[in-house]
Write a protein that binds this ligand. Structure first.
Ligand SMILES: [Zn+2]
Length: 296
């Protein structure tokens, strides 16, 4: 009779390890529990309790005189997904000595006490992009929105699942009721450090500057363009903006413009500006104009 010298974990220990790991792989952080696809009542569980010191004398990280009771104890287990369980045993476990696995286990169990288990982007891409390995990485996608009709402010929107960094926005508005003034309102081109995935930044006050405020009185018509982009965004976005100061206004995206630049007249002289206003007016149909809203 051959004696199998393999010391497996009791089921109760496996369950405890899985629960202590919050059913996430201690190494790559993938969830090992999911709803079964073809059964409305069942679930799929792909986690494993792996041995830190091998379960058999010739296994990875084996110890010559290991005591069976120690090998099957919870201290000798680490909860992993199938891929990581295999990975840590490759090359007889040479890349993952017991101390390293113990550290991975301890850090992961510590993490389960928080509400977030972060997964590396590489592993995430591997899982999500499993069938679409040639998809390009997501890029930031930025948009603008104007709020507060009486004194409009700007909200920056990151409508992508990745963080947007070094965001640049610009607003060039002319006061149509100051015909002698050639230049747009001196609203500086501004930057915003970063906006997290699917979050908004702002509102950015546009008209509060001491150089801007004196140029405005209630009922003045402001007309021009705004834009937003970042160095690695999928495309820039450009808008036409019309404001009746102190009352209301609208904005609309110029869909065909993807450079992230603002639209400005070739020169700022009155004739050129007037033609510019006419052109802007004709570019956006009335039903695509979004009224500047009150809500954040
Ligand atoms: Zn894993």
């Amino acid at each position: 009779m051959t004696k199998k010298r393999r010391t497996n974990f009791p089921t109760s220990t496996i369950n405890k390890l899985a629960k202590r790991a919050a059913f996430h792989c201690s190494k790559c952080k993938i969830s090992t529990l999911s709803a079964a696809e073809l059964d409305n009542e069942e679930y799929s569980h792909t986690g494993q309790a792996a041995h830190i010191i091998a379960a058999s004398p010739k296994g990875p990280r084996a110890e010559a005189n290991a005591i069976p009771i120690k090998l099957s104890s919870i201290e000798n287990g680490i909860y992993l997904c199938q891929i990581c369980a295999k990975h840590v045993d490759d090359n007889r476990g040479i890349d993952f000595p017991p101390e390293r696995l113990q550290q991975i286990k301890n850090e992961h169990e510590k993490l389960t006490r928080t509400c977030i288990i972060p997964m590396s982007p590489e592993r995430f891409a591997q899982i999500v992009g499993a069938n679409t390995s040639k998809t390009t990485p997501e890029k930031p996608d930025l948009a603008l929105r104007f709020i507060y009709p009486e004194s409009p402010a700007l909200v920056l929107i990151n409508q992508s699942p990745v963080v947007a960094k070094n965001i640049k926005w610009a607003v060039a508005l002319w006061n149509m009721d100051l015909p002698e003034r050639n230049d747009p309102l001196p609203i500086p081109v501004s930057t915003f450090d970063f906006i997290r995935a699917n979050q908004e930044g702002g509102p950015q006050n546009l008209f509060g500057l001491p150089t801007v405020k004196p140029l405005l009185k209630r009922g003045d018509r402001l007309f021009g363009s705004a834009s937003v982009c970042s160095p690695d965004c999928i495309q820039g976005r450009t808008y036409i903006v019309y404001i009746v100061w102190g009352k209301s206004g609208w904005f609309a995206e110029v869909r065909e413009e993807k450079s992230g630049n603002i639209l400005i007249p070739p020169n700022f002289l009155k004739a050129s500006r007037d033609l510019y206003f006419k052109t802007l007016e004709s570019m956006i149909s009335i039903d695509s104009r979004i009224p500047i809203g009150t809500a954040r």
